[in-house]
Structure formats: structure tokens, C-alpha cells
Design a protein around this ligand. Structure first.
Ligand code: DOR
Ligand code: ZN
Length: 409
């Protein structure tokens, strides 16, 4: 058994002087005041559960120029994320058992972090013979290509026929305008009411999970039984930042009051989950006349938010809940807490070790970030099932990620 000793995050108790015992299989064997092991490391860092990011776009298969499993997962690992869920809008879509298996095999061969896959949902999907036999992390619904009645009925169809969560991109298709844009605010204007009008029309179901909340109005009409997530860019960026069209993202960046409302909802627990919506596109595409939407962020999410904690703007309790405990709970997987039986997915963090985000140290093929030069705190060590996969933002392992589904709960 390997032992890690220091200030350990114990759910319900907070930081506690303790030892985490890691068995040879990479799972936590014990968390106790005193433990003896073959290898004993004492640290002055805080010892926290690593993050699960349930919203990334690793573009593999389909767009290897933007990202592949190797680079996306390296970015995740260095940013303290040891498990991801990849979204199904790849080329081809993850919308059939064979495409699902193909993507799983790519991830098994190339990902350094553990993973699940979102499955692309469409009208009539529950009638497919394989529907109850595949095991995606969740079913994902996009508003594009569907009418509003189709969108609503597909949400209900999947909720009625599956026990897995239904994750929606919560923008009403009839209120997304595709008018030309010359500025970031044009894009926001083209989708100004789409979130509120979509969420108002969603069923109040505990199967529903609302991805990337972006507006105060949307937050106000969130169905009470649904869970939701917020991304760092919707908390920390808005239209008054001096950012250009490269920050075009769906749903769009909004106003400062939206940042405040979303941040308060993260603080008070109305928003359960922090997710990156890591959506890499190349700067050459972003600078074109028809820029794609998306902001990369899987590597900067936890370092930015740890800095928020160090600055006193967010409690460590809320961050650990939103980055580790709640995503695991939502996905029904046994992670996110430092307790016996869970995988030893751990980050150690020196909350005084503030650095500046610098593109040259990041791993995504997107090769740009809106957070260049922002203060951040990177984890000193990132353990995936007991093995160190990243140290101070430098990758230590290249492979070994496992599928987390079906879960063992
Ligand atoms: O901005 C976005 N980019 N929003 C999405 O919903 C998709 C994503 C992507 O895949 O690029
Ligand atoms: Zn997304």
C-alpha cells in the first residue's frame, strides 16, 4: 500500500489531517489518521479528489487537426481532471453502436484519463433494438436540425425509456438566428432568448441535466428537479471583456449580471456541477468569416477555479462538490470522494502556488486560450488510480485511461 499524508478533503468534514492508503490496484484502501505503507509521502499540499469533467469535445474521430484523445486527455490530466465525458457531435456522430464502439476503442488506446461517452439522441431512438443494451454516460440532445416539437418529444421519449440522464443543449431552435455576425455581441443577440424559452418548455424531471447554463433568465426557469452545469467562461467572461469573435461560443457569452447570477448559483448549490465544454477549434478557423463556436478549457478549468478559492471568491467546499462529487453522483459512478473503494483519483494542490496561464504550457491542439496570463493554481500532482499522470502541469503518462461505463455502483 502507498500512503499519502497531509490535509485530506473528507466529505462532510473538510480538510482533515489524515493518511490516504492506496492499494496496489489503484483504489483507496483506507483513510485514517495514521497509516503505515511501503511508500509514504507527506505533503504540505491539500489532498483533494480529482475532477470529473462531464462535458468535453475531443473531436476524435473526425477532426484530428483540432484535437485527438491523446492531446485532449493530456490537457485534462495536467489540469487536474482524471475522468471526462466526450460529447457525441464528432464526425461521424456517436449515434450508433458501431460508432460508439469505434470511439471507445480510440479512447482506450489513446486516452490518459478515464472516460465515458455521450450518445447522440434523435427522434425515435428508443425504438432501436440496441437502445437498452448500450451504456452511454448519458443521452445528449442538440437543438440543431430538429423542430421544437421534435426536440421536446425526444427529451420525453428518452426520459421515459432510459434510466440514464438526458443532457440538453438548452437553446430553443426557433430562437437561434443565423444572421451574419461582425462582432461577438451580434452572436449573443442572435440567441438572446433561446435559453429561457427552451428551459421553460422542458419537463421537470430528475433525469434532465442542463448543460452550460449561460443566462440569469435561464437559471430562473430551470426545472426544479433537473441538475445543471456551468462553465468557467460563463462565470468569468462576458461581452464587456475586450475579446473578439474568437470567443464565439454556444450558448454565447453574456453580460456581467449573468456572470454574477450564475456564480451565486454555483456558490449556493442551485447549480450543481462545473464543466468545461472544452470545444477546441483552430485560431485560423476562429479568424475566418464564418467562425465556429467553442472555447477550449479542460486544462484551465480547475486551475482558474482553485485561484478563485485562493482569492476567497469561492469556498473549497463548493469547488470540490461541483468538480468532483456532484458529477460522479449525476453519472452514477463511484468517484469524487476520498473514501475506501473509490479509485485513487487525487490531486494535491499548493493553494499559495499562483502562476499565470501560458499557452506554451497547455496541451490542447486548439493552441489558443482566452485565459492567457490569468492567475491560476495548477495541481502539483495528479493521480489516476494511484498513478501520477501529471506533475506541476507536466504530463507523466501517455495512456492507460479506462472506460467508466457501465458503472460498478
Ligand atoms: O460552442 C460550442 N461548441 N457549443 C456547442 O454546443 C458545440 C461546441 C463544439 O462542438 O464546438
Ligand atoms: Zn459542448
Amino acid at each position: 500500500m502507498k500512503v499519502l499524508e497531509g490535509k485530506v478533503w473528507i466529505t462532510g468534514q473538510g480538510l482533515t489531517d489524515a493518511c490516504v492508503g492506496i492499494n496496489d490496484d489503484g483504489y483507496i484502501g483506507a483513510v485514517k489518521k495514521i497509516l503505515k505503507g511501503d511508500e509514504h509521502t507527506t505533503t504540505s499540499d491539500v489532498i483533494l479528489p480529482a475532477a470529473t469533467d462531464m462535458h468535453v469535445h475531443f473531436r476524435d474521430p473526425g477532426n484530428p487537426e483540432k484535437e485527438v484523445w491523446a492531446t485532449g486527455s493530456a490537457a485534462a490530466a495536467c489540469g487536474g481532471v482524471t475522468a471526462v465525458v466526450d460529447m457525441p457531435n464528432t464526425i461521424p456522430l456517436t449515434n450508433s453502436p458501431s460508432n460508439f464502439t469505434d470511439k471507445t476503442n480510440r479512447a482506450l488506446s489513446n486516452s490518459v484519463v478515464d472516460f465515458g461517452l455521450g450518445f447522440y439522441a434523435y427522434p425515435g431512438i428508443s425504438k432501436e433494438s440496441w437502445f437498452t443494451k448500450t451504456f452511454p454516460a448519458f443521452w445528449k440532445l442538440y437543438p440543431y436540425k430538429f423542430s421544437w416539437p421534435e426536440y421536446q418529444s425526444t427529451v420525453n421519449e428518452v426520459i421515459e425509456n432510459s434510466s440514464r440522464p438526458v443532457v440538453i443543449h438548452g437553446e430553443h431552435p426557433d430562437y437561434i438566428s443565423y444572421d451574419t455576425l461582425s462582432s461577438l455581441s451580434d452572436h449573443t443577440h442572435n440567441r438572446s432568448n433561446a435559453e429561457k424559452l427552451c428551459l421553460e418548455g422542458m419537463p421537470n424531471s430528475s433525469s434532465l441535466h442542463v448543460a452550460h447554463l449561460s443566462t440569469q433568465e435561464g437559471l430562473n426557469v430551470l426545472p426544479s428537479q433537473a441538475t445543471s452545469e456551468v462553465c468557467p467562461h460563463h462565470l468569468l467572461l462576458n461581452l464587456s471583456c475586450e475579446l473578439g469573435i474568437e470567443c464565439k461560443v454556444d450558448p454565447p457569452l453574456r453580460e456581467r449580471n449573468d456572470n454574477t447570477a450564475l456564480y451565486n448559483a454555483l456558490r449556493n448549490g442551485k447549480i450543481d456541477i462545473l464543466a468545461s465544454d472544452h470545444a477546441p477549434h483552430l485560431m485560423s478557423e476562429k479568424a475566418s468569416s464564418e467562425p465556429p463556436s467553442g472555447i477550449p478549457g479542460v486544462e484551465t478549468m480547475i486551475p482558474l477555479m482553485l485561484n478563485e478559492v485562493a482569492e476567497g471568491r469561492l469556498s473549497l467546499d463548493r469547488l470540490v462538490s461541483a468538480m468532483a462529487e456532484k458529477p460522479a453522483e449525476r453519472l452514477g459512478i463511484q468517484r469524487g470522494k476520498l473514501i475506501p473503494g473509490n479509485p485513487a483519483d487525487i490531486i494535491t494542490v499548493d493553494l499559495k502556488n499562483k502562476t499565470k496561464i501560458s499557452l506554451e504550457n497547455l496541451h490542447s491542439k486548439a493552441n489558443w486560450t482566452p485565459f492567457e496570463n490569468w492567475d491560476a493554481i495548477f495541481p502539483s500532482r495528479v493521480f489516476r488510480r494511484g498513478q501520477i499522470i501529471a506533475k506541476d502541469g507536466v504530463l507523466q503518462e501517455k495512456k492507460g485511461g479506462a472506460s467508466i461505463f457501465p458503472p460498478t455502483l
